[in-house]
Design a protein around this ligand. Structure first.
Ligand code: NAD
Length: 467
């Protein structure tokens, strides 16, 4: 089994050569062939399937990720996406007839051709290290680009297996994994790319966006957020408790779209808390620490950060609270906070903390959501249709799951992305193909049209009257 120490960073001095080789290969036009793309996508599928066991082990090593989560939420997802994309590629890549063309322009056959952007850079994040790297790579391949992928150095075992898959199954002239941390990423950002696709935190996203602006390189930024959940007095409280607890248990809460805080109507707060407790006992009958169904925090730095949030809150712990540094274990922890300025609300925990803030009504919940962060990545209202529609109308977010915890993010063909502070651009399914394509507008003017077109040439005198 690979260990974190086995991760060999790519020598920084090799990075400019790797980047220019990808560009040079793009310029051979080979990646533009649909057949070529299909072969690469199918090879990627087999690379993932052949390495399933290695990936399960790596994800377990990096994050203590339960095999169930590894298979359903990462490995199966990536393999399925590679297959789905290869099945759909011909349809997606077809020229599109431009809509609503004025009759006079029809002879020009206006159309949109989907062409690759060129040579692209993908920077992955640690929490779903396979999905967040291979997912965008599938889009880049499908759209006909060459690509450099830099997986997160914070999930080193998975990064090693991914490198093995990419170098062993894909065309090395077109796709390369660069391993490294900040120093290597910085050198990567110094190269010229035709798109940078980044998943991670907002502060690094600003560095990337600034760097990309120097060369007017387009970016897709998949960031995090302080996602709210809202439980109104008319919600099904048992269901809300079950679904929201699940939302924080997956990957030990290290999920960009999991709820960061939950606003609960005061009237139903006691029922909600007791349902949370009952569900917790049901999910982990022998205790969460002993369970093989609960992940660990990715590294010491994140463990200490989350633990400090717990230590510093003025809220009251209602459930959980146990930590164990030796295992980087943090128990799912429900905390009742009474102040909207508590750091459990105002900071993204990216961990298994479940702060609950009681509210008087839906209007107060909406005010708080828009005050804490008016453009979170996800939003989870539980209530009647009228209530949830009102919440959707009066708030913004990248996506939303009504009466659920981030289930919108589990639909592989549903466009996924943030808005404002939670990111820009989106991907998944066809959106991944679009994300790495340029829609090139093309017209073809027939020579026989010249007599009509002569109207556009000077001298203009007397021509307006003819139109
Ligand atoms: P991370 O530590 O894995 O870093 C993400 C990537 O940024 C890595 O590839 C890393 O090497 C690179 N990086 C770090 N510093 C850099 C620098 N100075 N210059 C260039 N690149 C640099 O992940 P993270 O940033 O801790 O991720 C957690 C955040 O990501 C959370 O806010 C979470 O919500 C968000 N996230 C968003 C999504 C999404 O799809 N929207 C998914 C997962 C995580």
């Amino acid at each position: 089994m690979d260990s974190a120490e086995d991760l060999v960073y790519t020598p920084a001095e090799n990075i400019p050569r790797i980047a220019s080789e990808k560009r040079a290969f793009f310029n051979t036009h080979k990646t533009k062939s649909i057949e070529y793309r299909l072969v690469q996508l199918r090879k990627l599928y087999w690379g993932i399937k052949d390495n399933e066991e290695a990936l399960i082990k790596a994800l377990q090593q990096d994050l203590g990720k339960p095999p169930f989560e590894a298979l359903i939420m990462e490995i199966g997802w990536c393999a399925g996406d590679a297959l789905f994309t290869s099945n759909k590629l011909r349809e997606w890549a077809k020229d599109e007839k431009a809509p609503d063309i004025p009759l006079l322009n029809a002879p020009l056959c206006p159309k949109i051709r989907k062409v690759p952007l060129g040579s692209v850079l993908i920077l992955g994040a640690f929490n779903f290290p396979l999905l967040l790297s291979i997912g965008p790579l599938i889009g880049a391949i499908a759209a006909g680009n060459t690509a450099v992928l830099k997986p997160s150095e914070n999930a080193p075992a998975t990064a090693i297996v991914m490198e093995r898959i990419v170098s062993g199954y894909l065309d090395p002239s077109a796709y390369t994994v660069v391993q490294g941390g900040v120093a290597e990423s910085t050198v990567l950002l110094d190269q010229k790319w035709d798109k940078i696709f980044y998943t991670g935190g907002a502060s690094v996203a600003k560095i990337i966006a600034k760097k990309a602006a120097e060369t007017l390189t387009p970016v897709t930024l998949e960031l995090g957020g302080k996602n709210p959940a809202i439980v109104t007095k008319n919600a099904d409280i048992r269901i809300a408790a079950r679904r929201l607890l699940w939302g924080k248990i997956v990957n030990a809460g290290q999920v960009c779209i999991s709820q960061n805080y939950t606003l609960v109507d005061k009237e139903v707060l006691p029922t909600f808390i007791s349902e949370l407790k009952a569900t917790y006992a049901e999910f982990f009958p022998h205790g969460v620490k002993a369970s093989t169904d609960y992940a660990r925090i990715v590294n010491e730095r994140h463990f200490q950060r989350i633990k400090a949030m717990l230590d510093n809150t003025k809220g009251k712990i209602l459930l959980g609270g146990a930590t164990d540094e030796s295992e980087r274990f943090i128990e799912p922890t429900v905390v009742q906070v009474d102040d909207v300025n508590d750091s459990l609300i105002t900071e993204e925990s990216f961990g298994p903390l479940i702060p609950i803030l009681p509210v008087n009504d839906v209007d107060e919940a909406i005010r708080i959501i828009n005050q804490v962060q008016d453009t979170p990545l996800g939003l989870y209202p539980f209530g009647t249709k009228t209530e949830t529609e009102k919440i959707l109308l009066e708030t913004r977010s990248g996506g939303a799951s009504v009466n659920d915890a981030y289930f919108h993010g589990s639909i592989p063909t549903l466009e996924f992305g943030g808005v404002g502070e939670s990111g820009q651009g989106s991907y998944r399914g066809k959106a991944s193909f679009d994300c790495f394509s340029h829609r090139r507008s093309i017209t073809t003017t027939p020579t026989w049209l010249e007599s009509v077109l002569s109207l556009r040439y000077p001298p203009y005198a007397g021509k307006l009257e003819k139109l």
